[in-house]
Design a protein around this ligand. Structure first.
Ligand code: MRU
Length: 358
């Protein structure tokens, strides 16, 4: 079954005390797992996008927090907690946009605070269990939201996806790619179009790589070809992931997502955002409050080229994400169901009914 034997973008080697990640900067040419021991190594790996995708970053931070506690030299739990807090602060500074990073670290801190009177070994085990729960819950949420999304799709549909929101970006099935994997198991024969997503080529390097592994019909296009494939009538739905969804439904995702949403609106194609509730930030009223990461100019001018492809010293603007206005979104698909506008009410109902978000 797809997702049972998955790529495992992030894993914990408990024996060695290492976070094991697939170095995604090397894909698709080289498949290499690397072991990360220290907070600094994990911070670097998140910042350099060796591990990326909102849920995967959250899982990495969860295990990173545990490893920091485990490697603390403190004799007691309060001392270990202080070392954890230092690591938490550092890891939280690795990237600013994906809210899963902060949710995972806050969740560990909350757990830690209930354990301050416990012996160190007990606290350490409880933190490990919490970090594993973040990963396991993500896998379950991805499957459930994939099923919810699949119920909106029909066999043979052409689907456009932007960036990579698959196994490499989360655990197990991923988010935007989850219904595609589930559909593949059930003979849906989707025709997927993967945007390459300049400047980092995640569609080309990661989504095409992932989908081809499972024999899924995938066609690679450059970002600026989306309008052309929509115009030809080849796309019946757009599925994208999210790094942070504000309370009103405005959604931060890989740069270029909002352009795809505008095109989809023009062509009357449903545009769906797929994400676990851990990507929803109810403390952010709208997209205006979401901090958008800006990345080095070299990603635009030099990276992936043999020679620089821009004049030396040219001014560059390189935001990693943009915000798609909620008015362009047909539905936000979570593990609890499909939120339709007004999104804030729908989210509140999810959180109320399921008793989460407290
Ligand atoms: O910069 P990245 O590669 O981390 O950006 C990833 C995305 O924008 C994904 O769509 C998002 O994190 C959702 S991953 C399930």
């Amino acid at each position: 079954m797809i997702g049972e034997e998955n790529l495992e973008a992030v894993a914990l080697d408990e024996k060695r005390g290492e976070l094991l990640i697939i170095d995604q900067t090397l894909l698709p040419n080289e498949f290499r797992r690397i072991g990360l021991r220290t907070t600094e190594d994990i911070w670097e790996a998140i910042g350099r996008l060796r591990v990326r995708g909102a849920p995967a970053i959250g899982i990495a931070a969860g295990f990173g927090g545990y490893l920091a506690a485990r490697s603390s030299n403190a004799a007691d739990t309060p001392g270990m907690f202080r070392d954890f807090l230092k690591a938490k602060e550092r890891l939280a500074s690795a990237r600013p946009t994906a809210v899963n990073l902060f949710h995972a670290l806050d969740r560990l801190e909350k757990k830690f605070r209930t354990l301050l009177d416990a012996p160190r070994s007990v606290a350490e085990n409880a933190i490990l269990a919490e970090a594993k729960a973040i990963r396991d819950e993500d896998a379950a949420m991805c499957r459930a939201l994939g099923e919810n999304a699949l119920s909106l799709l029909k066999p043979g549909m052409g689907i456009l996806t932007h960036c990579n929101a698959g196994q490499l970006a989360a655990s197990r099935l991923g988010t935007a790619l989850a219904p595609i994997y589930l559909g593949q198991e059930r003979g849906y024969r989707f025709k997927v179009f993967a945007d390459e997503t300049r400047p980092l080529l995640q569609g080309a390097r990661l989504t095409a790589f992932e989908l081809m592994r499972y024999g899924i019909d995938v066609t690679l296009i450059c970002d600026n070809m989306a309008a052309a494939v929509m115009d030809r009538g080849w796309i019946q739905a757009v599925l994208v992931g999210c790094d942070r969804v504000a309370a009103n439904g405005d959604t931060a995702n890989k740069i270029g997502t909002s352009g795809v949403a505008i095109l989809a609106k023009y062509h009357n194609i449903p545009f769906y955002v797929l994400g676990p509730t851990s990507s929803i930030d109810m403390t952010c009223p709208s997209g205006r409050e979401i901090k958008i990461e800006e990345r080095p100019a070299g990603e635009v001018t030099d990276l992936w080229y043999e020679k620089p492809m821009a004049p030396k010293g040219v001014k560059v603007f390189n935001p990693a994400f943009d915000v798609t206005d909620h008015a362009l979104i047909s539905g936000i698909i979570t593990q609890y169901g499909v939120a339709k506008p007004p999104f804030e009410e729908a989210f509140e109902q999810f959180f109320r009914v399921k008793g989460i978000g407290d």
